[in-house]
Design a binder for this molecule. Structure first.
Ligand SMILES: Nc1ncnc2c1ncn2[C@@H]1O[C@H](COP(=O)(O)OP(=O)(O)OP(=O)(O)O)[C@@H](O)[C@H]1O
Length: 234
């Protein structure tokens, strides 16, 4: 469970997060909102790239903001980026070991990498260099990285961007299995409202850094305020 209280992020005169209070508890939750709504900034606060000027965030009751970014990772926070961050000159397995070295004990790293490769179906390309991968494989590497060690909270920033419908469906099925198989909560940003509808039982909608709606996804997407913010896009 992620409990956000009175959170404010300020960049000069811009407030990408403007006094946000929200509790996100579903196993797979969505974070949506128009461009510039503050979605990525919120993920940046959770992962430690951005420090808020005010407010608190608790994850499973623990004060997240008191932890340094690496300690957040060690405590189970994982994150993927809009632009995937695969290291081109490392193999797929090498990319995963680079994470495992920080988050698993010496006796656990091989098992952790193998489990992630098996889950995402990347075992067959474990020895392939990052630069030889297609976009789908790169997105799967990103997801695999999030599953190394003992993830507790997985933050995904547009994980299916640029994928075909078929690839997106495969990725979606994998993400939906994460809570049961890895015991982690998932929070994902996406502009594809149908993807959010099909995956997320709970959705938070941001608009200009404020909460526009939070609740069961179907109810949230039916809200006139939310539909207005999207200017009839869905
Ligand atoms: N480092 C920064 N310095 C100044 N302003 C920033 C910075 N990062 C983000 N912003 C501004 O904060 C606001 C929210 O940006 P953010 O990237 O969080 O939105 P978003 O909802 O993720 O948008 P998108 O859907 O386009 O990715 C925008 O107005 C953006 O220009």
């Amino acid at each position: 469970m992620i409990a956000i209280e009175n959170l404010v992020v300020q960049f000069g005169g811009v407030r990408p997060i403007d006094n946000l209070t929200a509790t996100i508890s579903a196993p797979v939750s969505g974070l949506i909102g128009p461009n510039g709504a503050g979605k990525t900034t919120l993920l940046n606060v959770l992962s430690g790239f951005v420090s808020p000027v005010q407010g608190a965030v608790k994850v499973e009751g623990r004060d997240l903001l008191a932890l340094r970014p690496l300690d957040r990772v060690k405590s189970g926070l994982r994150r993927s980026f809009q632009t995937e961050q695969v290291v081109e000159d490392l193999t797929v397995a090498g990319n995963l070991y680079a994470i495992a070295d920080h988050v698993t004990g010496p006796g656990e790293r091989i098992e952790a990498v193998e489990a992630a490769l098996a889950f995402t179906g990347l075992r067959g390309v474990a020895d392939t260099l990052g630069k030889a991968l297609n976009l789908f494989q790169r997105r799967l590497v990103e997801l695999s990285k999030c599953l190394i060690g003992k993830p507790r909270l997985v933050l995904l920033d547009e994980p299916a961007a640029g994928l075909t419908d078929e690839e997106s469906a495969t990725l979606r099925e994998l993400i939906m299995r994460i809570p049961d198989e890895f015991g982690a909560q998932v929070l994902l940003i996406d502009h594809d409202v149908e993807l959010i509808r099909s995956m997320c039982t709970q959705t938070l909608v941001l608009d200009y850094g404020k909460m526009l709606a939070l609740g069961p996804t179907e109810e949230v997407l039916a809200s006139p305020d939310v539909r207005r913010a999207y200017l009839g896009e869905f």
